[in-house]
Design a binder for this molecule. Structure first.
Ligand SMILES: Nc1nc2c(ncn2[C@@H]2O[C@H](COP(=O)(O)OP(=O)(O)OP(=O)(O)O)[C@@H](O)[C@H]2O)c(=O)[nH]1
Ligand SMILES: [Mg+2]
Length: 391
């Protein structure tokens, strides 16, 4: 499963160029000066992105290094139009964000099912010489070339669209919670960084209602400088309505741990801090014992709620404690009007960091690939000599 979760691809895309307009002068047996009749070139195909809610990863694009639409056909004599190039439609999961591969600048995003976004527009076809006839120039010997193709190397990133995103240090019990509240079967183990790729689960709530929860790898202090697994996974919680922070009850300093998580999130994208937050204190079934073997008092959640200004809920996924209260709190937050907006501005990505971070990006470009970057064809009158015009 984890090897198949691809949320980053780099692809060279090219639209089709427009077909050249035709320069042609009509001639028939008893019609020596039939006039211009060169037809228009066809338009080049566009590269279009289309949202598909049945896709959950960019895996199907992983081995596709080039995506190219076809060129428009040339116009012909008797005012016949050139054939239009075929569009290339790339199906992507909803929540795909596209950046420029060279500069990292944000280009577009696809959010909804069946939503179509034109990534690269095909070139317009050139006009045939028929269009250029005037009373003073009845036999124009020129036609328009087609518009050139557009090309761009793009980086596509998937930003999972979930309602609730889990944020916590490794081993906080995030995956365990997801496995308890949903049918998802994430890997759970007693060592840090068990979860390497984001996992999604549908949490069923009362009366057949449900919401989607995303479990992402753990974050540690300094993650923004690349420690641990870094922060690139945070893009999967960028559009969540609610962030569920998780700190284990066994933590030395719950508030400190929560603040570290907050500051790492802020370093990634300050807009993340505008989202609704809930703090779950996990593993409350574990007895707290100090060095002398005496039981320590449990964290006071009311006090924490007052201090942090967000709901703080004690839970134990193993003992099944507090899970319903947590779901209630999440549902309440999800349904608040101010939390419904999941718009977020996508900051440009640092292409150099991404190259280092993302293993797939390191793959060598295939050799011998021909980049279709031809120079637009010059209009060559000689080529058309003797094909049926005379004056
Ligand atoms: N006692 C107790 N142990 C728990 C509870 N929840 C999780 N654990 C244990 O904590 C360990 C870590 O749990 P995970 O769910 O893998 O933690 P995680 O936050 O997903 O960790 P990473 O994926 O590494 O970031 C496992 O050994 C779990 O069995 C709980 O409620 N009570
Ligand atoms: Mg995990």
């Amino acid at each position: 499963m984890s090897a198949n979760f691809i949320d980053y691809v780099k692809i060279y895309c090219r639209s089709g160029k427009g077909g050249a307009g035709c320069m042609h002068l009509h001639r028939a047996k008893y019609l020596p000066k039939g006039g211009p009749d060169g037809g228009d070139g066809g338009k080049g195909g566009s590269v279009i992105l289309k949202g598909n809610r049945n896709l959950w990863t960019l895996l199907h694009l992983k081995y596709q290094k080039h995506i190219m639409a076809t060129d428009g056909g040339k116009g012909g004599q008797s005012r016949s139009f050139g054939k239009d190039g075929e569009d290339k439609i790339i199906e992507v999961p909803c929540g795909t964000v596209v950046y420029d591969g060279e500069t990292g600048e944000f280009i577009c995003e696809v959010k909804e099912h069946n939503e179509q976004v034109v990534l690269l527009k095909g070139g317009r076809g050139g006009l045939g010489n028929w269009h250029f006839r005037t009373s003073t120039n009845q036999a124009p010997r020129y036609a328009q070339p087609g518009e050139p193709a557009q090309e761009r190397t793009v980086i596509m990133q998937l930003k999972v669209l979930a309602d609730v995103g889990l944020v916590g240090f490794p081993n906080a019990g995030k995956s365990t919670l997801l496995s308890v509240v949903s049918a998802a079967k994430p890997e759970i183990a007693d060592y840090p960084f068990t979860t390497l790729t984001p996992q999604l689960g549908i949490v069923s709530y009362r009366d057949g209602r449900s919401f989607c929860m995303a479990d992402i790898p753990g974050i540690i202090e300094g993650a923004s400088e690349g420690k641990g697994l870094g922060l690139r996974f945070l893009r999967h919680i960028e559009r969540n309505a609610v962030l569920l922070f998780m700190v284990p009850a066994t933590s030395e300093d719950i508030i400190k741990e929560y603040k570290i998580l907050l500051s790492e999130l802020e370093k990634y994208n300050p807009e993340l801090l505008t989202k609704a937050r809930i703090l779950a204190i996990s593993k409350i079934d574990v007895p707290l014992i100090d060095e002398e073997g005496n039981e320590k008092p449990k964290a006071n959640c009311q006090q924490l709620t007052a201090e942090l200004g967000i709901p703080v809920i004690p839970i134990s996924s193993l003992a099944g404690q507090g899970i319903d209260e947590l779901k209630d709190a999440l549902w309440t937050e999800l349904n608040k009007e101010q939390n419904q907006v999941i718009e977020i501005s996508h900051a440009p990505i640092d292409v150099t960091v991404i190259e280092r971070d993302e293993p797939e990006a390191r793959e060598e470009e295939e050799e011998g690939t021909i980049y279709l970057n031809e120079v637009e064809e010059e209009w060559d009158l000689d080529k058309y000599k003797g094909i049926g015009w005379d004056e």
